[in-house]
Write a protein that binds this ligand. Sequence first.
Ligand SMILES: [Zn+2]
Ligand SMILES: [Zn+2]
Length: 107
Amino acid sequence: MALFRRKRRSSPAVSSAGQARHQPWFDHGLANGETVTCGRCAGELGVRLQSQSSVTVSHDGALDGIALICTECGRLICRDCALAASDNPYLPKCHHCGGGVTIPMSR
Ligand SMILES: [Zn+2]
Ligand SMILES: [Zn+2]
């Protein structure tokens, strides 16, 4: 297991539009190691949070049983369902809204 290095970033790089960007992959309230269910197939998934500084996403079996999160609607989804919702095996998508999915991150 990698050590999480926390970097304090008090000023996120958002424009002064005044609208905070919705970031479900941060605002998920999940804890590392938590067990969740896929929003589509109800399969059991483990939460493996990525730290911001070391994001490594691989497309082999490393994502088996790992919870992915939709960057649009915040639904949790398994890799198989995300891939089934997409034509591109390298671009898993949300089955619900078609948004991109990613591994949830810790702040
Ligand atoms: Zn699923
Ligand atoms: Zn979605």
